[in-house]
Every structure is written in structure tokens, then in C-alpha cells.
Design a protein around this ligand. Sequence first.
Ligand code: ADP
Ligand code: MG
Length: 351
Amino acid sequence: PQIQPRPVIRQLDEAAINRIAAGEVLERPASAVKELVENAVDAGATRIEIVIADGGKTLIRVTDDGCGIAADDLPLALARHATSKIDGTDLLNITSFGFRGEALPSLGAVGRLAITSRVAGADAHSIAVSGGRMAEVRPAALSVGTVVELRDMFYATPARLKFLRTDRAEAQAVGDVVKRLAMAEPFVSFILRDVSGGDSRTTFRADAQTGDLFDALHGRLRSVLGRDFAENALPIDAQREGFHLTGYAALPTYSRGAAIAQFLFVNGRPVRDKMLLGALRAAYMDVLSRDRHPVAALFVDCDPMLVDVNVHPAKSEVRFRDPGAVRGLIVSGLRHALAEAGHRASSTVAD
Ligand code: ADP
Ligand code: MG
């Protein structure tokens, strides 16, 4: 490299900025699927179909029946920091999955992206962007909703591509992401298909649930975690200091040898949070041996003001204003349910 007499500060162009941002949001195909499915949910979709090939490396296509994107808005949807979900005045009160306006431009920077969309009362249009270069908006055919297709993720960044794992491992990660979001949205139907090598296999399917939230969640957990979980799960419903805990936690007899079936959600968002996992563990401390792990799907809901979701670009980390209260709620809520189940079991034996 040439040595400069003094450093020159320059403004990076949009394409470079998008590529840098993409590095934070999009680690692997599963992160792209997460962003696209979240967009579909935010759009009010009732049916979401995800198609992948080769672990998502060559193809990711997400189809939804949500509100769609107007033709005039298509280029804007691909612009950085452009979002319909917040107006920037209230970052402490976020109720949608998205708000950063970064996913679509990032996807356009790392692969060949095509969006086709139709809003009610208008015709469908599509736009394509590849390597950060945008083509013009064209008429297309589609019913109301949106199809976003990403081909050849990371094709322009071979270093990144090399870090991906096998197709099988990437497909598994995609499945995990879809299942977590499916647990968070029991009233939406999800179908995940793998079209690698030309044939089409449905690898996950969860039909839309009906009824009240508890029934719907129970039905959804049955399709995601299996009948055994559903039959061994205790309903959880507890409140404390502005936090509401709901969900299902399995009896100690239905535990696992690894901490692989613990699903936590904060205000409907799947999260991986050490504090919450620690609280879950602590709740079962007296009823599980050290090498066993509880199975649970727990939802913490609170005023968005009480939790910051803007900690990390992927938003899988959260920060509570009062972590102690949340921890206390989880430990006491679960212990209470476990104790009640224990009493019921012993009284049945006595009968
Ligand atoms: P964000 O979700 O943070 O707003 P994105 O880059 O993911 O940012 O999307 C940009 C905008 O494009 C969204 O705010 C939304 O208006 C629109 N959009 C994206 N995906 C969809 C979809 N599936 N249906 C309807 N609108 C969408
Ligand atoms: Mg988004």
C-alpha cells in the first residue's frame, strides 16, 4: 500500500456503508431468515412460507400475505435507515420486531436480492438489487403480500462464505430461527421447505392456532416441541412489579441432558439472555439434578419502557431496567407452579 503523507478522511459511499452494516446484522443464512420472517410478521402476515436451498446459501425466499410495500416505497425499503415502523421520536417504546431499517439494504449488499410486493388496491411491482446496485421498479404479478428472495448470500465476500458451516448445519440453524419465531406467533402459520438439489421437502410446518393465547400457545408448542412436551408442560402465569410471565414449563421428570430446549421471549421477541436462563435454572434447582436441564418456553411481557431491545443489531440481547424483578418473577412463578404440580401428584397418590 502507498504511504500517505497525512491521513485523508473521506465519507464512505452507500454501498460500502451497507456492506459494513451487513456484517453486524447478517452472520449466516439463519440471520437473513430471521430478518425476513420478522418483517413478514411486522407486516401483519397470517401465513409465512420460507424456502431455502443448500442451507440458505444459494437461496432464501420468504413469502407472506401481509400488507405489502407500495411500488413508490420499494426503493426506499432498500435504503438504509428507512423504516415504516418508528418515526424516531420514541426509541423507548418499540413494539415491532424491526425499527432499524437495516435488514433489506444489508441483504442487498451481501447477495442478489429481489423484492416483489403488492398492496391492496394496486398492482404488484418488483425491484432487484445486487452487490449494492439497484435496478428500477418493474410491474410484476402477485397477490397482496410480499416475496423477498435472496440468492447467493455472501457471493461477493468469499472470506465470509468460507466461515459458513455445512449446508446441513446452516439448514438446522434456519430451522431453529423459524421455530423460535413460530413459538412467538402462534396465530400465524409457518411452513419451511428445503428445495436443495431440485426436490422439495417440508422440514417444518405449524398451522395457525385459534382460541385464546394460552390454548394457541399450547397448540403451537405441541407442533414445535412435540406431544411429549405438551403433555408434560405446566402453564405458567405470574405477575410482579410490572412484569408478566406466561408460557409453559415442563415437569422435572421431562428434562434434558443439555440446555437445548429453553426458549425465552421478551415482549414477543426471541432472546438469548444469560440472566433469564440463570433464573430458569435457579427455579428448578431443588427438583433437578445438576446434569439435567429444564425444558420451557417462557414469555416475559412488560411496558417497552422497562426493557431496552436496542443493545445489539440482531436484537437477540435485551437489557432490563430492573433485572432483579424479572429474575424474582421467574424463580417464584416457576417454583409455585412446580410445587402445585407436586401437591397434585402426591394427593392423587393418596386418593
Ligand atoms: P425495518 O424492519 O427495521 O423497518 P427493513 O430493512 O427490514 O427495516 O425493512 C424496511 C422497510 O421495508 C420496513 O420498515 C417495511 O416498511 C418494509 N418491509 C420490509 N419487508 C416487508 C414485508 N415483508 N411486508 C411489508 N413491508 C415490508
Ligand atoms: Mg426488518
